[in-house]
Design a protein around this ligand. Sequence first.
Ligand code: PLP
Length: 512
Amino acid sequence: MYFISTRGGEKVTGAQAIVQGLAKNGGLYVPETFPAVSAEELQAMAEMSYAERAAFVLGKYLADDLGADYLKEICEKAYAGFEGNDPVPLVKVDGETGLYVLELFHGPTCAFKDMALQVLPYLLKKSCEVTGVNDEILILAATSGDTGKAALEGFRDVPGTKVAVFYPDEGVAKMQRLQMCIQDGNNVCVSAVKGNFDDCQRAVKRLFASEEFNQKLAEKGVRLSSANSINFGRLAPQIAYYFSAYLDLWTSGQIEVGDKIDFVVPTGNFGDILAGWYAKQMGLPVRKLVCASNRNKVLADFFAKGVYDVKRAFHRTMSPSMDILVSSNLERLLFEISGRDAELTAKRMQQLADEKEYSITAKEKAILDEEFFGGFASEDDTVEAMYEIFEDYGYAMDTHTGVALAVYMNYREAVEKVDEKDKTPCVVLSTANPYKFPQDVLYALSGNDVKDSFKGIKRLNLLTAMKPPKSLLDLRYRPLRFKTVVANDLAKMSDLILRFADGEIVPVPDKE
Ligand SMILES: *Cc1c(COP(=O)(O)O)cnc(C)c1O
């Protein structure tokens, strides 16, 4: 299987796509064709464990490069670290209307990013071997909260790698910040950057694109790589859980094979939902993919009007991992709906950079209308949805999943307007453990405000009787290792990374 750039001009193997991260012309790597999963294969997958299902789906893209046995081995290893018997449980919330929640947060950092970032280090290691890259790999990531921690945890002490994470100093939740700032491991570096996530992501993208910076790293035998969902190796493991949810519905007798289902995805960078669209291209019977945004509703407006317009204020919300204006992975979808027109895709991305907007054609818009439903939820709508589901079904969810639930409710209304009797099952992706955002979740479920996150955990535990994850409880007692805040300035950020590459930055915990 080969991969091509959304902006044309390149054709690489899967291993090369993973090592490179981003194409040389700034485009994203996409598979040359979508591999099909046949009805027989789908049925055979029903018998498999989650790790085997994941390896099977990954194998469709990467087996010829990395080997099917290797993929199986690493998926087993990666998902063995998840809590509980099933790494990705599907919870039935309302059998009557067919509402299910797919819990993707049982990994080590309590957010869905673990689904991919527990696998990515292995994919990258093997891809380097296969392509003959001997440089040390430096993973550089901008994070709105969850990617950073998951990347740090995935790559911590992995030989031949280093991982550096920048997070916006205004914009991540307290538990997220603590999780990153206490990170252990001898190959990690964490720093805040002044500004919001878009500022932070833009700066990191410019570092990736800077020849001078890459050259300086190369002189040290270091090569940059990305853990953001622009890397195909990050996207690919996410395709598997769409298949798995479908199979769980089938094996538990909720659907027949071939029935179509809907997915609702709380969306930020458009990586998660794009993985669902890839699953559909591979043959998974999906009716609609519902794209749920918070108050930063660039995507909802895009689906409504066919205009992607980032000329607007940026809002900080209680779903910080979705506080994003420029969703990087949308480029992959744009490429597809344009009929794989690389020139046009490149032009639109240039327009976005220069004029802060671009629009799509009526024909392209019609494809989106067919495949997607875009919606958004205000902070109040989100709180209301979380409260309602907890009251009615006793199910507690985090704020990002709350956004998805609120949009789900609007979506169902729209569906029932057309067909009152519609009973198409709907799977809402749950992307974080509620205890990661304890104050906001407590407020939503009970109306109570507490001043401290750990008090929030305690109260939430009393209210829901859900067990808080030990890794989050422990944060309270862990000394901070990383306290740096850098200006949003390319020179300063690059200087920090270069010193880190030299091994100068190995912070030790504060003495308590
Ligand atoms: C990253 C994240 C999202 C958004 O996922 P994308 O792939 O960026 O669209 C939603 N919820 C949580 C909790 C996340 O960490």
